[in-house]
Ligand binder design. Sequence first.
Ligand code: HEM
Length: 469
Amino acid sequence: MAQLMRKNVLTGALAAREYIHFFRDPIGCMRTLHRQRGKLVALGPIAFGEPTKLHVLAIGPEFNRQVLGDPAKFRTTGQFIHGPKDSAQRRIRFGLTRMNGPQHKQQRQLILPPFHKKAVAGYHDLIVELAREVIGQWTVGQRDVYADMRAVTLRIASAVLFGHEANDAYRIARLLDIWARRNFSGPVWFFPVNIPGTPYHRLLRHAERVEREILALVEKRRRDSTNRTDVLSLLIRARDDENRGMTDTELVGQATILFGASFETTASTLTWTMFLLAQHPAIMRELMDELDRVLGGNAPTRDQVPQLSFLDRVIKESMRILPPVPFTIRAADDDAIPMGPLTLSHGSRVICSHFLTHHLPETYPAPEMFRPDRWREIDPTQYEYMPFSAGPRACVGAMFAIQVLKISLAMILQKFRFTVVPGARIDRVVRITMNPRYGMPMLVAENDRRFESSKVRGQIHEMVKLPLK
Ligand code: HEM
């Protein structure tokens, strides 16, 4: 008995340590667990969600397929703070990423059309115009490129989702950005007490404001009889097979989640890609040769985007080595689910890691090397390469995101040359997406093609083997 108690105390202490490590640095924690304990790691029973349930880290394509490929057995739980019953916080986080079963299927069917191939091609000119507008304001000198990339994607996401005329759309987008960030502050998680003055209280009040503003915009769009093509207007008009549309609450939840899912992920990808290119001058030169040859200094036209094949490989490789969404969590929705030697009970959490999957040497030899040309030779399955996840819940905005990435990068790189500030510390922080913790300080000059890498410090060296140490 005493021995059992001692074992439980030890397991609890270990779990608490892992939990804190995971909360502070999920990628570091997952890498350590993988290295020390293999591809299927049972964590102690205290972590997120239901505290008494087993938590498992499951690494590799087979587990990814089992978990992500079967939403009937593994449900999503959503990442944002729950909020009290009947609160705006609860309603605005209830979008596609939080839904399961028939409701998820029905809402996904309504959301997909604005992100189909043809619809996405229709956003081309708008993306070029908005990217030009934002980039046109940049000056040379030292800049935080992460802040710059957020500015580009904030402008594009707000216009495409909520409408081109800046005021309403941009205001709501900024409110949503603040809301998303507040969801990941330590005090909100560890002290969720709703009394005036606490960060949690401020989060709930902010959620109410977000809800009010989106509802007001929905009302405005409903009264607008022109054939608007922003995503919100398309969702207001969308009908499923049984001619059912979205309720106001669903519209608010979906608008919130679409914004949250699109803006920070794309900004993160742009920032890491800029970093990787700046640190690999030979690859940067090869890319510039392609941009010169195909675009000759101009923004890409619709027909030119598919001709940028090296840019395509650069983006693929960047999203492999530094995937913007490094992991996802699912909850077992059945009892006695076998997983390797383990048996999962209802409510057990499984962590699938895009990051670790993308760094498995059996799929990607020398996984820490940034080598865009490896994509000439490899053709991984959707469960081996999954920056946009895989299976029936894969990202609905993947094609749109790739379009934004290609156009923005082609325009930015033709205009400026970027060098990482020598000695900069490049650490990671994960709030659903993985971002540079202290921003991305770079020296920005007119593009004279004199590319040079810099010595940098920090956790980046655990993830990427850079030419300069
Ligand atoms: C580089 C940019 C992007 C990346 C890396 C990315 C990545 C992902 C990933 C990994 C998931 C699955 C999350 C999970 O299973 O927990 C996901 C889901 C989703 N993404 Fe994206 N995404 C990006 C851009 C976008 C854009 C531009 C939109 C829409 C405008 C979007 C909308 C969504 C939605 C609605 C879901 C939920 C799908 C569902 O649950 O059925 N994403 N994304």
